[in-house]
Design a protein around this ligand. Sequence first.
Ligand code: KG4
Ligand code: ZN
Length: 333
Amino acid sequence: MRILGIETSCDETSVAILQIKNGILTPEKNLVYSQIKIHQKYGGVVPEVAARRHVEKIIQLVKSLWPLKIDAIAVTAGPGLATALLVGVETARALSHLLKLPLIRINHMEGHIYGNWLEQKLDDKKIFPALCLIVSGGHTELILMKNHGRYKLIGQTRDDAAGECFDKVGKILGLPYPGGPLVAKLAIKGNPLAINLPRPMLDSGDFDFSFSGLKTAVLYYTQKQKNFNTADVCASFQQAAVEVLVTKTIVAAKKYKVKTMILGGGVAANKSLQEKLSKAVKKELPNTIYNPLNTEYCGDNAVMIAATGYFHYLKKDFTPWQKIKINPNWELI
Ligand code: KG4
Ligand code: ZN
């Protein structure tokens, strides 16, 4: 079977076709149009501008896949920017009505989790319970996944998201938006021990995070030191952020006795995070860790939405086209 995925929650307009054969989820098409260039001049995403661009782009993308040979439509309904989400949901509504196909309403965070099911068959018996660390531009969450569709939020950021913090540090250093990938790239050449930065909430005794103090510490450092080394700032900042994420994830994995760990979201593309987390897992736990197989599946894309749609399709979890609604603050749990 085939599922059409639609994703417009932020600044990526994406449509995808996922083929499912013998339980293997194979992306046939994953079209991702990034609006980054448009938002760069504002230093961040402008919701109204994003929505207008989604409108202009989405029909073009859907048209390029025409005629659609699909069995269902999965669309992101939240969380995200209201005006942006509406474009994807209204497109999905029209297609569902026109083609008389079931419509599946997807939570974007669940989409980031299911990015891990693309092209790799995960055995339900071996993976649950799993601990998911979802790190993106808008969220930083530790989610206990007991089974398909069964989640418990065990920790989250109290202020900035991890990706947002990478982006703000990028901005402080004068890098273009989004700073995350550039900070990661510059960090390779820097000394992670050069600057002493805080590890906020490392020993807080819960699984919440806080990144805004870390960003402020970077800001003060750069204001105080006129001739700082940008690569050293990137490396020291990345080291601090990754250390907090990895340490808390390992403690949570031990406490909840999970079988596997799942990494997802834009920041999951960060090599230092991937390496440090898998090293810590190898050293301290008997667990297996999964990253999306392809970094393309870490950031926002519609094929992860289609993958999530497949697991809802199996439960016939459909929403009539007349009833589908966005929820910009949709919590997974
Ligand atoms: O999941 P995503 O594409 O969008 C949201 O749902 O927010 O995540 C985007 C975030 C941005 O903040 C971006 O800077 C960050 O992921 N990011 C990275 C890396 N690649 C993307 N952060 C650190 N290291 C990277 N390699
Ligand atoms: Zn995302």
